[in-house]
Design a binder for this molecule. Structure first.
Ligand code: GLU
Length: 481
């Protein structure tokens, strides 16, 4: 029987959720969802100095925002918890004891200074800088002597330098690591806290993880993890390592290239669906060849055999373009709600649900990010939008333009309703009274009300501005610049 697919995302809570890690989370989530399996989140917080609860909360919040809900993990307790490594120390200790007993690992009492010195000597002799194995076969008495001297041991894995380690990677194919590069690596620190490679193996096994998709910065850890699986007599999960994401100069994406954390993109007005779509395509492509793939399509079309072997460049221009498409596909009510926090310069009275919906409808076509709204909507809230150009100002000064505006002021003075729907009728009356039509009829009104010669729908703008603001603007246009 096929095993249920179980994937996990295992962030270290030492900062914000980085774009590269978000990519890893997305791939694991997609794979689990596609196969009807489970997606877990495990917090790897054994580095006590760098891990913080605040970072954990930020990372979880970003995952939720991206829509990557997890089936087991912090806040969603399941059968294989706890899901925070700091709460699993007892489990690790038990597993280390087992390996100590069968001799697969051993305590090493060498101090950092001793190790440094010997590594230096070996380097000078042109020998391998792996651990030299001094503590490999200490007798009971020797260990006791070290303990009496107050030395605290690290725990090392007994590796066989003559044996290469092979595994099949879902992305890279067959991978072979020379045993001579591995050496007797440390699995637990002097303070007893185990290292990443060890915890990762114990957790992935106990949490029944079937597939480990992660960035290829971890590919050199994998042979060590494979050796640990072997030592425990456990089946290894399948591994897939995706190439790192690159910045536009083809170097690994870093702060030098601009925003690198998910929260920065959220604050800059990107939509989670667009970011998920974009990040998926950095590592994978759909067989359909389509690129605009909302989450449900990503889930149904995702397969590991289409994960890419080559590194992709993080192209902000493409992300922004994609974000604009997603914004245009939202319904105005939803978009209005999303835009509200970005509309910093508008008076609070203008931010009711209905008015936000109107703003969304007016400007939806013109936004690439939600944050664009502050500038794009400024004309709605300005005291009096100035004509955007000399041409616009000149047009407003034309005698016909002035007649149109004066007439609109006169008839709208008596208008009882200022809804957008009334606007065409008012303009028809203006046309009848002045004999002006076409561009000379509409353009002056547009410039007077918005300052722009081209812009959002005029009737809706008229309705949004309402009686007082419209009249002020029309009067100002009569008064001249
Ligand atoms: N805590 C590791 C990291 O954040 C997880 C690596 C893994 O997925 O095994 O890089």
């Amino acid at each position: 029987m096929e095993r249920e697919i179980r994937t996990r995302f295992a962030p270290s809570p030492t900062g914000h959720l980085h774009i590269g890690n978000a990519r890893t989370a997305i791939l694991n989530w997609l794979f689990a969802r596609h196969g009807g399996g489970s997606f877990l989140v495990r917090i790897e917080d054994t580095d006590q100095e760098r891990s913080t609860a605040a970072s954990e909360e930020m990372i979880l919040e970003d995952l939720r925002w991206l829509g990557l809900e997890w089936d087991e993990g912090p806040g969603v307790e399941g059968p294989f918890g706890p899901y925070r490594q700091s709460e699993r120390q007892e489990l690790y200790a038990r597993h280390i004891a087992g390996l100590l007993e069968n001799g697969r690992v051993y305590p090493c009492y060498c101090t950092a200074e001793e190790l440094d010195l010997r590594r230096q000597e070996r380097l000078e002799r042109g020998e391998s800088t792996n651990y030299d194995g001094r503590c490999r076969s200490l007798t009971h008495e020797q260990k006791q002597r070290h303990e009496r001297e107050g030395r605290r041991p690290v725990i090392r894995f007994r590796s066989d330098e003559t044996r290469d380690v092979a595994f099949t990677d879902l992305v890279r194919g067959d991978v072979l690591f020379p045993g001579s590069n591995i050496g007797d690596f440390v699995i637990a620190r002097q303070n007893g806290i185990p290292m990443y490679n060890f915890c990762c193996v114990v957790d992935d096994h106990l949490m029944r993880i079937t597939h480990v998709l992660r960035g290829d910065d971890h590919v050199s850890n994998t042979p060590r993890q494979v050796l640990l699986y072997e030592a425990f007599g456990w089946e290894t999960p399948l591994f897939g390592h995706s190439p790192m994401i690159l910045g536009n100069n083809r170097e690994r994406l870093s702060k030098r290239h601009g925003a690198t954390s998910v929260s920065q993109y959220r604050e800059a007005g990107y939509l989670p669906q667009a970011l998920v779509n974009f990040l998926s395509l950095l590592s994978w492509s759909s067989e359909s060849g389509d690129e605009i793939l909302p989450p449900d399509r990503l889930v149904s079309e995702f397969t590991v055999d289409r994960l890419s072997k080559s590194a992709a460049v993080f192209d902000t221009v493409k992300l922004t373009w994609m974000n604009g498409l997603y914004i245009r596909n939202l319904d105005a009510n939803t978009l209005g709600g999303l835009l509200r926090p970005f509309l910093r310069s508008a008076p609070a009275a203008d931010l009711s649900v209905e008015r936000m919906e109107t703003i969304a409808r007016l400007l939806q076509e013109r936004l690439e990010t939600l944050a664009d709204i502050d500038e794009k909507a400024a004309f709605l809230f300005a005291d009096r939008p100035r004509p955007e150009s000399d041409e616009a100002a000149a047009m407003l000064g034309e005698p016909d333009a002035q007649r149109v505006i004066r007439e609109l002021l006169t008839i709208s003075g008596n208008a009882d309703s200022w809804h957008a729907e009334r606007f065409p009728e008012l303009m028809k009356q203006v046309q009848a009274a002045t004999g002006v039509k076409g561009k000379m009829l509409w353009m002056p009104v547009r410039i007077a009300l918005t300052g722009m010669m081209h812009g959002p729908d005029l009737a809706s703008t008229f309705g949004f501005l309402g009686r007082d603001r419209c009249r002020l603007r029309l009067e100002a246009a009569l008064a001249g610049p």
